[in-house]
Design a protein around this ligand. Structure first.
Ligand SMILES: *Cc1c(COP(=O)(O)O)cnc(C)c1O
Length: 350
């Protein structure tokens, strides 16, 4: 019989002993495992094809010694999120949007996670009193139109708590859209049921942003979860993190974006890996991301092209775009096309 999502969670591999007992030959680093906790669902484990760090799934979830490198530019909280919480767990970096950290729990602990500080301290779900403070803040700040329900993974909250929170957010008339950020379609797709999708859709407009990093993650199970969400009427987006050796080949991102579109998911962001501790080995030069963007443009419909962005503390995301403008005068602009030709664009006469 197929495992339920709760069994997948219960049977996740979380300790070094367990991992080594099941895979005695497979590489894993004990210190890295201690420093940044591990958690892998049997489902996600099942996507591994070779048990070493050359495998894109293995490298995303198994602790390796490279995580212990500590160059000074990597920190625990590179986006200074902790300092930007007017209320605990509520991050505001833009006038019209806030992000809520609802829990520290995830189905899989991604090795590249930018919120490792939560999982290191085993942060649990934000309690009722904290949630009341979030809602009071939203009422007091009618300029906030967009609430990102994030974590951890909000789809791991007990359903009662999740829906109580969504109901509470919907009591604030100035909130126009809600977004849920979740990696559940990738790491625990059986968690998405028709009932769950329909219950979420009752809070529309509600967007789901998920986190596929590699084409291998787009399995029939994941596709089914996406279908349930899309059929319920939820707009779907995806945020990929660019990771060296995992998805930094232009062809890999192209394949991923095409697959996502086929499953009704708009590629939304391609993120430069944040400057978070334990990720030096995953970081790519900015040039890699820019090269990928140039490669995609001209090959792939604009519908499938994400925004390449890097995130900064205090100042939010910066979109990085390959330079198309070579020179300009008041009369004409010299532009570079996607296939590397140069053309003149005449500006309108004054
Ligand atoms: C990324 C982020 C958002 C949302 O940004 P969008 O560009 O609108 O997707 C909002 N708040 C915080 C703190 C964020 O990090």
């Amino acid at each position: 019989m197929k495992k339920t999502w709760k069994q997948h969670l219960q049977q996740s591999i979380c300790t070094l002993d367990e991992f080594q007992r099941r895979f005695p030959q497979a590489p894993i680093d004990a210190t890295a495992c201690q420093t940044f906790p591990m958690r892998i669902t049997p489902y996600y484990l099942g996507l591994i094809r070779t048990f070493d760090f050359s495998d894109p799934i293995y490298a995303q979830c198994v602790p390796q010694s490279a995580e212990l490198k500590t160059p000074h530019w990597l920190t625990e909280d590179p986006l200074a999120e902790h300092a930007q919480q007017p209320v605990p767990g509520l991050i505001q970096r833009y006038p019209d949007r806030v992000l809520l950290i609802t829990t520290g729990q995830c189905a899989v602990r991604c090795r590249h996670c930018m919120r490792k500080r939560l999982t290191k301290r085993e942060m649990n779900a934000a309690d009722h009193r904290v949630q009341e403070r979030w809602i009071a803040y939203l009422h007091a700040h009618p300029e906030i139109r967009d609430v990102l329900v994030s974590g951890g993974d909000p789809l791991l909250l007990p359903e009662k708590n999740l829906f109580a929170l969504l109901c509470a957010i919907r009591t604030v008339p100035s909130v126009e859209i809600i977004r849920i950020a979740t990696r559940i379609p990738v790491t625990l797709p059986m968690r998405i049921t028709k009932t769950l999708a329909q219950r979420l859709a009752a809070f529309s407009p509600l967007y789901i942003n998920t986190h596929f990093n590699h084409p291998v993650e787009v399995t029939p199970e994941a596709a089914h979860a996406l279908k349930l969400l899309a059929d319920a009427g939820l707009p779907l987006g995806n945020q990929t993190v660019l990771l060296k050796g995992i998805n930094d080949a232009p062809e890999t991102i192209e394949t991923l974006c095409r697959l996502l579109l086929k499953h009704r998911v708009r590629p939304y962001y391609l993120f430069q890996c944040d400057l978070v501790e334990g990720t030096e080995h995953f970081r790519t030069p900015l040039e890699t991301g820019l090269g990928i963007m140039s490669y995609l443009r001209g090959r792939l419909s604009g519908l499938g092209i994400p925004h390449f962005a890097l995130d900064t503390p205090e100042n939010g995301k910066i979109e990085l775009v390959p330079n198309a403008i070579l020179s300009r005068t008041s009369k004409s602009t010299l532009l570079r096309t996607s296939n590397n030709k140069t053309i003149h664009y005449p500006e309108p006469a004054p």
